[in-house]
Design a binder for this molecule. Sequence first.
Ligand code: NDP
Length: 283
Amino acid sequence: METRVIDGRELSNRLREDIKSRVERLKEKGITPGLAVILVGNDPASAVYVCNKEKACNKVGIYSQVIRLDENTSQETLLEYIYGLNADKTIHGILVQLPLPPQIDTNAIINAIDPAKDVDGFHPVNMGRLMIGEDCLEPCTPKGIIRLIQETGQPIAGKHAVVIGRSNIVGKPVALMLLRHNATVTICHSKTVNLKEIARQGDILVVAVGKPNLVDSSFIKPGAIVVDVGINRVDDKLVGDVNFQDACQVAGWITPVPGGVGPMTITMLLENTVLAAERKWVE
Ligand code: NDP
């Protein structure tokens, strides 16, 4: 069977058209969805991510406000900004770009964001709701991964999904979301014994580790859907965690890096911002 590439850019563009229409409908009601992004410090990768988010907002008509703060900003100052944005009626989504400098307790910052404006879906209230199957703002990367899997047209229900990686931002929430879609889920991590054998049982294999070429064709069940979340810079090139060429000999579907999960993450951020604004309007 020939491997089909799941094109995250094409899917993103299609979804962004829908987001644009939803923004227009909100604007007709007098509401402009607004996203505030806070960037603390001078990390070049973070600066690029923030810039991309700003551009993406502008393209679909979402108002974006970027707050750039000094590397030495105190936790108290950052909290004051968050409290201000929580109360700001023009802002429907708040995102604090991670990582934060060491003097700031990341959890304290995430916990301070109003859960209704937590468009990253990292607040314990949203995470808890995800856990118990209640409506919530879902974290962007896992949400994008589910959409990419759905794009294959294959049902998730009843499939064995293997997730490699158990971080709070990707591995754990994507495992919960796959469970919510009635997959049978196995979560693997750095202490997993027989990783390859377990991975090879997956009808769906999600790899979110951050190690180039960790997964090759010997980890993949013939015909499986493979989602490569990893972003690694090797010799000035972006690569995932999966050896793409080799995996293509076995996988049924695969996401490329770049052009797979990456564009979907920003698209889901836009969607969550619109969702938060729509919910505010209904209240
Ligand atoms: P973390 O470093 O937080 O987590 C990595 C996970 O991989 C951990 O659970 C770790 O296990 C596990 N792991 C490490 N080594 C191995 C191994 N040899 N075998 C099996 N499991 C292993 O990373 P993130 O989840 O934040 O990100 C993962 C990757 O996804 C990164 O490359 C990141 O850049 C990328 N990413 C991409 C996004 C996108 O939009 N495309 C968004 C977010 C992340 P343990 O818990 O035991 O330490």
